[in-house]
Design a protein around this ligand. Structure first.
Ligand SMILES: C[S@@+](CC[C@H](N)C(=O)[O-])C[C@H]1O[C@@H](n2cnc3c(N)ncnc32)[C@H](O)[C@@H]1O
Length: 269
């Protein structure tokens, strides 16, 4: 079921096809190697919320991990299932929203590469997702989550295109805006699929990113009960986070023993 902050057209048919062309399974910006290293000592089940087409999930399965995926996009999930079948893999993949999905104390680690948590709108949804991750982790379980570094403007992206005979796919930014009060950028991305110069399908994606400072995000982790928070930049252990970094990766753990008061709210207010 989709929550109010997630509309199904966000990763539709064409967005999925272009994701495949731009970032096929195994495509890495050093994130797959970094996550593989972070997970090397994890032997229990792993959850990847927003697992998409399996770009990261499949290499982790091939490295011997038991990984489950959830995603709100039926198109991204269908593509992931096809990729898994072709490789003789059969992971649990669910259509579910990361602000709602919980499997109590089921996973040794939760991983969110590619800054996907920034697709959630605002503090309430982000705290809900972090609370779901906490509850889905075993006591002492690990969370690894990427965060895009805050931008002060939303630059339009130059037109990009991909040829695969007989089709041409194009993606262009129709509109971009930056909301400094909400610390968000929003782009309207138009995807077109052409054949012999004729437009076959078109699709609009509202691509909104929610930014957090390192301190704000760390405070949210602590607020929902994570401990041992650490942050690195650009997939290098020795690299501290800076405003000019490309991506920050947070690590945190759930307490080894969780004592929850009876009647305590599932989500912080
Ligand atoms: C940038 S893709 C990342 C896919 C994959 N993790 C990777 O690294 O290639 C973002 C994915 O997040 C999914 N998504 C967006 N909001 C979500 C939500 N609230 N719950 C679960 N998945 C969500 C989208 O459908 C999309 O597949």
């Amino acid at each position: 079921m989709l929550s109010g902050n997630q509309m199904s057209w966000e990763y539709g048919t064409l967005a999925t096809e272009v994701y495949e062309l731009e970032k096929p399974v195994g495509h890495t910006s050093a994130d797959i190697e970094y996550y593989t290293g972070l997970l090397a000592d994890i032997s229990g089940p792993i959850l990847e919320p927003a697992s998409g087409t399996g770009r990261v999930l499949i290499p982790l399965l091939q490295a011997g991990h038991q990984v489950e995926g959830i995603d709100t996009s039926p198109q991204m999930l269908a593509t992931c299932r096809q990729h898994c079948r072709k490789r003789g893999l059969d992971p649990v993949l669910r259509e579910a929203d990361m602000t709602v999905f919980v499997q109590l104390a089921a996973y040794a680690a939760v991983v969110l590469p590619a800054g996907s948590i920034a697709l959630l709108h605002g503090r309430k949804a982000t705290l809900q997702a972090l609370t779901c991750f906490r509850d889905s982790l075993v006591p002492g379980g690990s969370l690894f989550v990427d965060l895009p570094v805050p931008q002060s403007a939303a630059e339009p992206e130059a037109l990009r295109y991909w040829w695969r005979d007989p089709y041409l796919w194009t993606r262009q930014t129709m509109h971009s805006e930056h909301d400094s009060a909400a610390n968000q950028t929003t782009r309207f991305l138009r995807y077109d699929k052409w054949e012999d110069g004729t437009l076959r399908i078109t699709e609009l994606q509202r691509f909104r990113l929610q930014y957090w400072s390192c301190k704000e995000f760390e405070n949210m982790l602590v607020e929902v009960g994570f401990t041992n928070t650490q942050v690195t930049a650009d997939y290098k252990d020795a690299s501290p986070p800076r405003a000019r970094s490309g991506v920050w990766t947070f690590q945190a753990t759930t307490p080894a023993f969780t004592i929850r008061r009876r009647g305590a709210p599932a989500f912080p207010n």
